[in-house]
Design a protein around this ligand. Structure first.
Ligand code: AGP
Ligand code: GLU
Length: 611
């Protein structure tokens, strides 16, 4: 998500922290800030780049050997100076930086406001520092203990550093669900989101564990668990080079982001599903529930991978919410003089939130009276500013040009919207909702099982890397997965690839089949499984090479395909979330084997902000 850096020791903190924040810039961010503890608490923060912050503080007093810095990837409260971190407590004695999401911040904020707390920002983070202040004042606690007690009341993910004017010789750090590394130097300690800001000072690091709280002084470090038991952290020696560290030890950002999908899907659902109650909560669109329930049509506009996510959304919304859905290429929609009225809801899907064609489609639909929702990953980007409402995907920065975790996060949000509207319309009963949300809650665990197939898929990639063409075939929601698999392959390996509905083969494409044509089937157990089996037989009869994504334990397809990749069984509605992962690995490994530039493929940009 974002970057945190802390320092306590004998060096001037400002240069250590700014250099560390620069090292973390690859993680993506929208704002930056630093707080120094030197007799007083001094805070410098603003929206924009780390270099903007440095310019802003150029002639200000930046002395001090204790401090912390933050690069923000906004989740609650759009990017602006007052929402930037660090955030002060109400009494000005404390300061906090935070990476993650406080799910129950609204409830906590209300309780604190009732006690007289007033807030400057719109963030969830500021609520936490006020909670720490409230507990410290009420129970007269030292900072570390006040932090620990406060965290017992927090639901969500966090990596935080907290400082106090009244305890000026220490930093208090804690983590749960967001990364944090502590660098152990000679009479100095470093804290960071990963080891890249630390490695030039020391190779000795402690990977703080979830639910651990560290109190750092220049001469000692104490780690406690959230239930106040002293821990003995293990110090490890870093072996990775800086370059590798920025990619979390992966060779490419794309591979790192493929592996992040268990976490990013979990973050996308965080605070939005309550399986036991059979409830979906989508704060970003709740004011439009009536409009959604009574919509006569939903039009989805997007480009590229986001358009594929829209196709999955079409299957889900029509199946569960029973509302007609049309999915349009934004670039076509904007020039087609479409029939759009105030009765329509338009959903614009965009990872970057900056795609020119999608923005133009939104403006056109708005002019004609439609209600516009956005599904974006970058908080505060252009598209969320021009839509009426929306749902952020919370996938974290996606650096690789080929979209992976953003796609599965978009599909997750569309799944939540389909179930939310179905629940509101009563097209799904309570028991079904409980069962579907229980299965959805399991998806991150099933994603981990798909990720374990990496090495096996790499072996198959070896066999396909010299192909000149490739076909991807699927039925039902397996068809958009086929399109997405084809796009991944062509955009990073430069192999010509096409996705088709499997049944379409007999209407022409089957003429392409011969022993040099690999055909990748999405052949998971779903309502059209038997039909896909027949399509596989048609391809085999023409000597085509068949690679099939199957449900684990499948014996039928194994008898006829050249290679099968098994994925866990789950509700048919959620298969796109799992079936896409082996296809991401396949395109990744083929591209690497072909010596392609995986993270920055030729001719492509991460965000197409021109027509
Ligand atoms: C997908 O891997 C590509 N990077 C591209 O198709 C992308 O999905 C498309 O340009 C749309 O981008 P957006 O989601 O940021 O609007
Ligand atoms: N949720 C916090 C915010 O929106 C922190 C986001 C981050 O990880 O940078 O400010």
């Amino acid at each position: 998500m974002c970057g945190i850096v802390g320092y306590i020791g004998h060096r001037e903190a400002w240069p250590v922290i700014t250099k560390g924040l620069h090292r973390l810039e690859y993680r993506g961010y929208d704002s930056a800030g630093i707080a120094l503890l030197n007799g007083d608490l001094k805070t410098y923060k603003k929206a924009g780049k780390v270099s903007d912050l440095e310019d802003f503080a150029l002639n200000l007093d930046k002395s001090g050997t204790i401090g912390m810095g933050h690069t923000r990837w906004a989740t609650h409260g759009e990017p602006c100076d007052r929402n930037s971190h660090p955030h002060p407590s109400g009494n000005g004695k404390l300061s906090i930086i935070h990476n993650g999401i406080i799910e129950n911040y609204a409830v906590l904020k209300e309780a604190l406001q009732a006690k007289g707390h007033t807030f400057i920002s719109d963030t969830d983070t500021e609520v936490l520092v006020h909670l720490i202040e409230e507990i410290q004042e009420r129970d007269q606690l030292e900072l570390a203990e006040a932090v620990r007690v406060a965290l017992t009341k927090v639901i969500g993910a966090y990596a935080i550093v907290v400082m106090s004017k009244e305890e000026p010789e220490q930093l208090v750090a804690a983590r749960k669900g967001s990364p944090m590394v502590i660098g152990v130097g000679e009479g100095e300690y470093f804290i960071a989101s990963d080891a890249s800001p630390i490695v030039e000072y020391t190779k000795n690091v402690i990977y703080l564990k979830d639910n651990q709280i560290a109190t750092l002084r220049t001469d000692n470090l104490v780690v406690r668990s959230i239930d106040n038991i002293i821990q003995t952290p293990s110090v490890q020696e870093l072996s990775l080079k800086l370059e590798m560290l920025e990619k979390g030890g992966f060779d490419h950002f794309m591979l790192k982001e493929i592996y992040e999908q268990a976490r990013s899907i979990k973050d996308c659902m965080r605070g939005r599903i309550y399986p036991g109650e059979g409830k979906v909560q989508l704060g970003g669109i709740k004011d439009y529930t009536e409009k959604l329930k009574n919509a006569e049509r939903i039009v989805i506009v997007a480009c590229g991978t986001s358009w594929h996510a829209g196709l999955v959304g079409e299957y889900l919304i029509e199946e569960y919410a029973r509302i007609p859905v049309e999915v349009e290429y934004a670039s076509e929609f904007r020039y087609r003089n479409p029939i759009i009225s105030e009765k329509d809801i338009v959903i614009a899907i965009s990872q970057s939130g900056e795609t020119a064609d999608t923005m133009a489609a939104i403006e056109l639909a708005k002019e004609r009276g439609a209600t516009i929702f956005g599904i974006c990953n970058v908080v505060g980007s252009s598209i969320p500013r021009i839509t009426h409402a929306g749902v952020y995907t919370h996938a974290g920065p996606e650096i690789g040009v080929a979209s992976t975790k953003a796609f599965t996060a978009q599909v997750t949000v569309l799944t939540l919207i389909a179930l939310y509207v179905a629940q509101q319309k009563g097209t799904i009963n309570q028991a079904q909702m409980v069962s579907m949300l229980t299965e959805l809650d399991e998806i991150p665990t099933l994603v981990e099982k798909c990720l374990a197939q990496d090495a096996f898929v790499k072996e198959i990639a070896q066999k396909l890397k010299d192909s000149s063409n490739c076909l991807f075939l699927g039925r039902g929601s397996g068809f958009p997965v086929a399109l997405e698999g084809a796009l991944k392959l062509k955009e990073i390996s430069y192999i010509h690839a096409e996705g088709y509905p499997a049944a379409e083969m007999k209407h022409g494409p089957i003429a392409l089949i011969d022993e040099d044509m690999p055909v990748i089937f999405i052949a998971t157990k779903n309502s059209s499984y038997e039909k896909v089996i027949s399509n596989i037989q048609e391809v085999k009869a023409r000597k085509g090479k068949v690679i099939a994504i199957v449900t684990e334990g499948d014996k039928e397809v194994k008898k006829m395909a050249d290679y099968v990749i098994e994925i866990p069984d789950t509700n048919e509605a959620y298969l796109p979330l799992l079936a896409t992962i082996p296809l991401q690995f396949l395109s990744y490994h083929i591209a690497v084997l072909r010596g392609c530039n995986v993270d920055q493929p030729r001719n492509l940009a991460k965000s197409v902000t021109v027509e």
